[in-house]
Design a protein around this ligand. Structure first.
Ligand code: GAR
Length: 197
């Protein structure tokens, strides 16, 4: 049975594009919806250009009431009947209430080798710490921020003279390989982690 995938984003949507472009041929899943929390998210136009249904749930009118924002988000997502939710640069923290409704069916990509560098500014923090290796992680989403079972990691060596931007670009390129590889496995019911280097 083909699995239906909804993708949530806040930004340019390059990971969304990588996921969508992977879901062809004998892939066990297909995209059913792309949702953003801001009309300014560049990923919305990229999804529409690819013929995918899009929706926008602006978080700003719900300021101070995260559960109300998430209720609106849940309604929009549920209407598309996804089997799997992929967070792809979705920059809103989700409450335990929302996460528990999708637990075991929700993936996230994070730009660090978790459990190192949860949260923001991961590239600058890895550089400041003098790391030799950085990378990205795809994991199942649990209520704790940037936590949950690891489904894949890709390593990115730190180079002399790296800046956060240069490093971020190389990590992003690896996310575009890793996330589709993990989704393909996950959609087929296989949670064995994918490790890329
Ligand atoms: C990606 O690097 C993703 O890991 C990061 O945002 C970027 C989105 O890029 N997500 C987080 O930091 C979430 N904590 P994209 O919009 O081009 O896919």
């Amino acid at each position: 049975m083909t699995r239906r995938v909804a993708i949530l984003l806040s930004g340019s949507g390059s990971n969304m594009v990588a996921l969508v472009e992977s879901m062809t041929g004998d892939h066990p899943a297909r995209p059913c919806l792309v949702v953003a929390n801001s009309a300014g998210a560049g990923g919305l136009a990229k999804a529409a250009d690819r013929g995918i249904a899009t929706a926008m749930v602006d978080h700003r009118p719900f300021k101070g009431d995260r559960p109300a924002f998430e209720a609106a988000l849940h309604e929009v997502i549920s209407a598309a009947r996804p089997d799997i939710l992929c967070l792809a640069g979705f920059m809103r923290v989700l409450t335990e209430g929302f996460v528990s409704r999708w637990q075991g069916r929700m993936l996230n990509t994070h730009p660090s080798l978790l459990p190192k560098y949860r949260g923001l500014h991961t590239h600058a923090r890895a550089l400041a710490a003098g790391e030799a290796m950085h990378g990205c992680t795809v994991h199942e989403v649990t209520p704790a921020l940037d936590d949950g079972p690891i489904l894949g990691q890709a390593q990115v060596p730190i180079e002399p003279g790296d800046t956060p931007d240069r490093l971020a670009a190389r990590v992003l390129a690896q996310e575009h390989r890793l996330y589709p590889a993990v989704l393909r496995r996950f959609a087929a019911g296989d949670r064995t982690p994918v490790f890329l280097s």
